[in-house]
Write a protein that binds this ligand. Sequence first.
Ligand SMILES: O=C(O)CCC(=O)C(=O)O
Ligand SMILES: [Fe+2]
Length: 319
Amino acid sequence: MITAASVAKASLNVETDALTQALLSDGYLIVPRLLDAEAIDRLCAELDPHFTAAPFGDGLFYGGETKRFGAVLKRSRAAQGIALHPAVMNLVERVLGDWCQCLQLNLTQAIEIHPGAPVQVPHRDQDMWAGPKGAMHYMVNVMWALDDFTAENGATRLWPKSHLGDQDAMLPEEEAVPAVMPRGSACFFLGSTLHSGGANRSAAPRRGLIVSYCLGWLKPWENQWLAYPPPVAREFPPEIAALVGYRQHLPSLGNYEGQCPSLLLGDDPLPDHLPFTDALKEEHHELMRQYYAGLGAGASPVQTSDGVRDEGGASLAAG
Ligand SMILES: O=C(O)CCC(=O)C(=O)O
Ligand SMILES: [Fe+2]
């Protein structure tokens, strides 16, 4: 049983700082019973038919005795609420917020490890991205326990403080700690934390749901726009649509025809061409103001209803 990193739900709202520190210090954090009985029951009921329908995986990493499915937000309304859980968002924003203008969903993945499944190969999820490691955080995962997680039934294994050392190091098996937690609990872990699914030596499958958040300028592991194309995302609450990519990460990243991709979620058909419209940070506006001020009178653009144009009508908008 992990107790060092466990924090009672009751203290969650008032102690987000402490929770963040615990996560950053240990590389993982368990919050027991973050969901109440009704919430976890609803989530499990909505996911149950999908677990039944999902095939077993293929390959050493995914595992032939493990079932998975993605795009969980289109399959379960309860999962949408859980993805936006305020305690989770607070924590994730504290860890990732310094490195991006807004967060995005990296993936949702339901995982059912069946009896007889061996341990998964230990890995750091952030290794899929080629950037420098160790100086910043790329992602935070939340593993929601849909069943009680035990050392016998395949609880996720984590290597405490493995995010602090050599980011290429494999660590001794005996240093792994199983994320033992009751159903409805959440295990947070960093993209840099060495971890793996556990072997299931019990007689029953172990179900979990990973909701993974990453910096808004990264390529997410699960292609969110394909998982949730506009006809699907149109039905989402705006916060979920934004989290899966229907918003621009300033400046203008992820735009559609120079505009916010949330335009695609409206009721009206869009014209074939749209006016490219600045979506910049204040610092970019300031840089442009300074640039034009430096050029002096006459070279300055004037603001028109169409956007920013020079006096002769040529577009000056960044594009
Ligand atoms: O199922 C688990 O406990 C962890 C799975 C995992 O880490 C992965 O597939 O990347
Ligand atoms: Fe993983």
